[in-house]
Design a protein around this ligand. Structure first.
Ligand code: AMP
Length: 213
């Protein structure tokens, strides 16, 4: 069977991260999340992190020139497949990705687009609490930690990401509409887009994804 090379596209809080984790667990597909890579770079205070930090805290996209180079080194072997979570987020990133994959003799096989209404997103994200140490995500109502303020996975402190406040979420949604949504028609013309109702429970969304792989 040919490798499954997937892209998950959707506004913040649509469930991309949750579904990526399931795709790894069940189908063995490694997740490449540019958001996670950038947050790690910010924690490590690398040159990339120092430059990206201000954009991220404002809820703005990090410039394409900093992002595009992050992906190639993280693609695993050709027959393993991958899930891109949060990339590409602009048309320029999508075009650079196509160029890179064709150079490597690889191609995107499916693009899943998550549809979720804005008020649902604001509700989901403003209750989100992330582990300072490992990045694991809890939610004050939907997946509370066993011990308040403490990550179930590693025992680190749970905090609200600086870009998870309601005001920043609205900026991020605006960035999605004005810069990211245009990648959808880019892939639709290849006939590989599958839209999902991201407001359904995660198990149901995962079944739809699995069936469409
Ligand atoms: P995420 O965790 O995917 O919501 O990403 C958090 C933040 O990281 C975004 O709001 C952007 O500031 C930045 N970011 C992540 N991925 C990208 C990307 N592909 N292009 C530009 N900025 C990105």
């Amino acid at each position: 069977m040919s490798a499954k090379n997937l892209i998950l596209v959707g506004p913040p809080g649509c469930g991309k991260g949750t579904q990526s984790a399931r795709l790894l667990e069940v189908h063995g597909l490694p997740q490449i999340s540019t958001g996670d890579i950038l947050r790690q770079a910010v924690r490590d205070q690398t040159p990339l992190g120092l430059e990206a930090k201000g954009y991220m805290e404002r809820g703005a996209l990090v410039p394409d020139r900093l992002i595009i180079g992050l992906i190639e080194a993280r693609l695993g072997p050709k027959d393993t497949g991958f899930v891109l979570d949060g990339f590409p987020r602009t048309l320029a990133q999508a075009e650079a990705l196509s160029e890179m994959l064709s150079r490597l003799g690889r191609e995107i096989t499916r693009v899943f687009v998550f549809d979720v209404q804005k008020d649902v997103i604001v509700d989901r994200i403003s209750g989100r609490r992330s582990c300072e140490r490992c990045g694991n995500v809890h939610h004050v109502r939907f997946s509370p930690p066993k011990v308040e303020g403490t990550c179930d996975r590693c025992g680190g402190a749970l905090v609200q990401r600086p870009d998870d406040t309601e005001q920043k979420v609205r900026v991020r949604l605006e960035a999605f509409d004005s810069q990211t949504a245009e990648v959808i028609p880019y892939y639709a013309r290849l006939g590989i887009v599958r839209r999902l109702d991201g407001e359904r429970p995660p198990d149901e969304v995962f079944s739809v994804i699995s069936a469409a792989l």
